[in-house]
Write a protein that binds this ligand. Structure first.
Ligand code: NAD
Ligand code: ZN
Length: 359
């Protein structure tokens, strides 16, 4: 078994109060191997993606509040450098490269866990929300939930599959669509959305991308979207989708915009029997849909929340085979505050991945 030297302190991005600024500390403690509880492992991170959820957590704009002080982040990839004593039947070993996703741990015994809906376990621990996440060099995680990363995919290319990829992979899998169907992706130029285009294409779906600006348009079309609608320029998004789909509407919409606006027209542009997958998480917005037409058109409205361990393996496997590629800019951890500003302004096409080795 490889031996690793573990330092006592490290670099970490810490949020001390809700809505407060991020402090980059260089003397944050690293948990020693002897202090790990059974089932825990210590992962030395290569990098971490920055998800819009981290911004919600730092701002405190959700009905659920994060544990403070908080180290955010839930798209990490690194190497296991220690596993707690008395950990039985660990599916991973010291030296393995693994990913850290939003669901850090769950009981694996309750009804939700038994049914593979472990993200809804009442004892779930959430990376970067209820337990410290991946905006640090060394993160404590859990052997049963870390995701093995296949060889051949670099860590920075794998990172954002752990949240953005897994989430849209599962949402599309459950979108009740088949090859040749039209799928609308509001938020298509963002972190989740640009991966949704690619996972949709892997399933043979025809993609209508909705987002704004020349850079996101170019990215979406390059990644395989067949049609583009700019939500700031369109005079009537419903009409645009109906025109594209021969007047009958799309089979599904996977909404990944972080504001309620992306949801507004979705029921109206779905065809009869269509499915709305709710993924983007505006904190207080209500879904404003016509009950009459939801019934009359037999529309399904489904919430889709990250993914389970199997979804994670499937999503990463597709990426490792090169069928889905994260479009990202690599930046140092110290840039996190600036990354959040870009997210608020909607100027980030694809993702930002924070590289722990960059100063
Ligand atoms: P992002 O900021 O990278 O992307 C959001 C995109 O939505 C941006 O490109 C933005 O321009 C676009 N947008 C904004 N308003 C729009 C509109 N009216 N129509 C179309 N597009 C619009 O964010 P992200 O990291 O992709 O996350 C998106 C949302 O998904 C966040 O709310 C996040 O918390 C949530 N999320 C949910 C899950 C889940 O399990 N359901 C998992 C991860 C993230
Ligand atoms: Zn996320």
């Amino acid at each position: 078994m490889p031996e690793f030297t573990i330092p006592k302190t490290q670099k970490a991005a810490v949020v001390t109060k809700t809505g407060g600024s991020i402090e980059i500390k260089t003397d944050h403690p690293v948990k020693a191997q002897k202090d790990l509880a059974p089932g825990e492992c210590l992962v030395k991170l290569d990098c971490s993606g920055a998800c819009h959820t981290d911004l919600h957590a730092a701002l405190g704009d959700w009905p659920l509040k994060a544990t403070l002080p908080l180290i955010g982040g839930h798209e990490g990839v690194g190497t296991i450098v220690a596993i707690a004593d008395h950990t039985s039947k660990s599916p991973v070993n010291v030296g393995d490269r693994v990913g850290i996703k939003w669901l850090a741990d769950s009981c694996l015994q309750c009804e939700q866990c038994r049914k593979g809906l472990e993200q809804c376990c009442s004892e779930a621990k959430l990376s970067g929300f209820t337990v410290d996440g991946t905006f640090q060099e060394y993160v404590v995680s859990y052997v049963n939930h870390v995701t093995p990363i296949p060889e051949g995919i670099p860590s920075d290319e794998a990172a954002s599959i752990l949240c953005a990829g897994v989430t849209v992979y599962r949402a599309i899998k459950n979108s009740q669509t088949q090859a040749g169907d039209w799928i609308v992706l509001p938020g298509a130029g963002g972190g989740l959305g640009h991966l949704a285009i690619q996972y949709a294409r892997v399933r043979g779906l025809r993609v209508i991308a909705i987002d704004t600006g020349a850079e996101k348009k170019e990215l979406c079309l390059k990644l395989g979207a067949e049609k583009w609608i700019d939500f700031k320029e369109s005079k009537d998004i419903v009409k645009d989708v109906l025109d594209i789909t021969g007047g009958v509407g799309a089979h599904s919409a996977v909404v990944t915009s972080a504001s309620s606006s992306g949801y507004v027209q979705a029921i109206d542009y779905l065809r009869a029997g269509g499915t709305l997958m709710a993924v983007g998480l505006p904190g207080t917005a209500k879904l404003d849909a016509s009950i009459f037409f939801t019934v009359f058109k037999s529309i399904s409205v489904l919430g889709s929340y990250v993914g389970n361990r199997q979804d994670a393996r499937e999503a990463i496997d597709i990426a490792a085979r090169g069928q889905v590629k994260v479009h990202f800019a690599s930046r140092p951890l110290a840039d996190l505050k600036d990354v959040y500003e870009g997210m608020k302004a909607g100027t980030i096409a694809g993702r930002v991945v924070l590289d722990m080795s960059k100063q």
